[in-house]
Design a protein around this ligand. Sequence first.
Ligand SMILES: Nc1ncnc2c1ncn2[C@@H]1O[C@H](COP(=O)(O)OP(=O)(O)OP(=O)(O)O)[C@@H](O)[C@H]1O
Ligand SMILES: [Mg+2]
Length: 236
Amino acid sequence: MIRLENLTVSFGGVTALDALDVELTAPVVGLIGPNGAGKTTLLNVMSGFVTPRGGDVFLAGQRLTHLRPADRARLGLRRTFQQEQVVEELTVWENVQAIADHLADPRRGRAEIARAIGRVGLSGKERMPGAHLNLLERRLVELAKTLVGGPKAILLDEPGAGLDEIESRRLYTLLKDIPGELGAQMVVIDHDAEMISSFCEQTVVLDFGRLLACGPTKAVLNDEAVRRAYLGSASS
Ligand SMILES: Nc1ncnc2c1ncn2[C@@H]1O[C@H](COP(=O)(O)OP(=O)(O)OP(=O)(O)O)[C@@H](O)[C@H]1O
Ligand SMILES: [Mg+2]
């Protein structure tokens, strides 16, 4: 479980997160909101890439706020980026290994890398260089990187961005069982409300860095303020 306590982030005059107080309790949590609402900033604060002006981040009761990104990763926090980060010159295997190298036991690392690559359906492509992968395969490599080393929380920043409907469905079908299999919580940013609706038990809505709504996904998506701010209209 992830708890965010009174988080505030400012970039110059922009308040990207404004005293955000929320508890992510479901195994799969959706994070939605209009462009610029603060979704990526929130993932950046959780993973340690942005330091908040105030407030705290807790994972399973442990305060992470003072820890560097690598230390948070060792505690089980994993993330992907809105712009995928596959290294073109490295193979699929090496891209995943770069994360697994943080593991203490290298033999355990190799088995985990193979399992993670298999789990995302990329077995047989281990030696393929990043440069030869299509967008879906790149997103799958990113996903495989989050699966090694005993993740406790997996944060995905628009994993379906740029994919067509069939690819996106394939990705989400893969994602669906991961929290149960690994006992890891998953937080997913996506602009596709239908996907969020079918995938996430709990949904958090941000608007101008503030918490607009948080609760069971269906109730949140039917909330009038959410429909007005995010889905465009309360009446249509
Ligand atoms: N490094 C930065 N420097 C300055 N301003 C930033 C920085 N990162 C984010 N912002 C600003 O903070 C606000 C929140 O941005 P953020 O990227 O978190 O939004 P988002 O909800 O992820 O949007 P999108 O749906 O477009 O990805 C925006 O006004 C953005 O311009
Ligand atoms: Mg974003």
